[in-house]
Design a binder for this molecule. Sequence first.
Ligand SMILES: [Zn+2]
Length: 151
Amino acid sequence: VSGALRDRWLARAEHRLTQAGLRAGAARTAVVELLAREGHCLMSAQEVCDRLRATGTASPASVYRVLDQLCDLGLLHRLYGKDGVARYEIVDPENHHHHLVDEGSGEVRPFKDEQLEEAIEKVGRRLGVRITGHEVTLRGSLERPPKRSQG
Ligand SMILES: [Zn+2]
């Protein structure tokens, strides 16, 4: 993660959590800081627990609770792989993207698509809804290497 993205996400996370009236604690701080450092790629709750085990700051129960809170506040994106395990990635509005799950390898790739964004805006207008967020996950098997669309 670039330093700028990390700082931006950390600041936003602290702000939202405080605004939501959620009390800061050692476990929350440890989870949030780990995600800011490494949450650019998908990590399972188990992986978060494993990374934090050495520090002794966060029990598995508190890791799961903090991950849920961050998802509820729109700070984390939760994605289920073919194995049914939830994995998490930090949400950065300035780097908005979606995911393609390769059902063959289970690999998750990010992609961007302007036409998809426009289509979603259009649907919002048609439904009379001001859309504040969306998530799109495509699943399939890769037939050829994907075109690079992620800048
Ligand atoms: Zn989008």
